[in-house]
Design a protein around this ligand. Sequence first.
Ligand SMILES: Cc1ncc(COP(=O)(O)O)c(C=O)c1O
Length: 408
Amino acid sequence: VTFLIPSHTARPSDDPIFALNTEARARRDAGQDVINATVGALLDDEGKLAVLGSVAQTLKEIPADVSARYAPLAGPPDFLRAVIDDLLGGRPEAAQALAVATPGGSGALRLAIANFLEHQQTLLTSSYYWGPYKTLADEADRHLSTFRMFGEDGRLDTADLGRKLHSVLEAQGRALVFLNSPCHNPTGYSFDNEEWDRVVDVILRESVRGKITVVIDVAYARYGATGLDGCLDRILPLAGKAMVLFAWSASKTFTEYGLRVGALVAVHPDPDVRRRVASALVFSCRGTWSNCNSGGLAAIARVMTDPELRARVASERGALKALLDRRVARWNELASAAKLSYPRYSGGFFTMVFCDDAFGVAERLKADGVFVVPQNGALRVALCSVAERDVPRLVESIAKQIAATSAG
Ligand SMILES: Cc1ncc(COP(=O)(O)O)c(C=O)c1O
């Protein structure tokens, strides 16, 4: 009946978030006063995509022969050095790092799955996670399982991470763990230093049982309340005892979602291990997308290395972060007053409200002209796409519909 292989005949093509966004935009175009908190891109308070002008200008200035040619499979050396520098700055571990260019952070995650897990093995991440983690695993013929993200105290449940890591290692002798912080999507949660300490303890303890690869997904690193230092101070000493990887992305960092520029960074003290990892990763690049967007890599390398451009980017990004931080502050003020239940939120694109019947609540919110993304037990609220002036109406509608659900 079908030419598709049986396991692919029921693949859903529609992404529920994009479908909700389309519906919200259609309602807005029809003249309704809509709050669209579904989009995972930073919009200004007028609803337009926020773009760093200095990056957009740099892209335009890339010579035609640079954007037209094939980039090296691993990515241009100046780009790779700049990524390592962006992530690890002057740290000594920068000398123990390798990077491979990828189409966005998604490409980096895909490389990690394909090279650090066997087929049919299981990737481990937190119980709330960015949906494409599962898509990436499925597509690569791997499974995904989760540890409970929050304990009773509302903090990272590293005891459950330990339990799940233990059983994954018992079952398959190796583990791949995705951790997304700061500004976790969808919860908005950022691990604090004490939580990173506990993560590291768990990984060290379990590393006697098998090979552990940990991927820190730093897609939102530039929007966190504090930088990556607390995380790096703790995670980097693991290198060698575990494989330490970072999924780096230009999408949010440089507001260039469509450019498809990212990198997978691996840190390991042994040059021989690094050489073999680099070869495996580059082989994977060749076997999936070949090379990345040459003009994009050149532009992002330039904005990271040219001192004047770096300064302009930092100042423009600072303004965007301030815009987002004002929404976050307003949200925290109003949502806590309205007694919404949501995880600690100190910055980033999303927050998440816990509630029963999230799908029912989201449906009723639509009647109020408010669009959020429901999942089991929670609503994801993309503050990155909501104007500061709309935060009061957003909080009020969510509180009202959750109360109506509990009452009903
Ligand atoms: C948690 C998380 N990781 C990684 C990415 C990677 O995005 P991209 O492939 O556009 O760089 C995203 C994008 O939304 C994300 O939310």
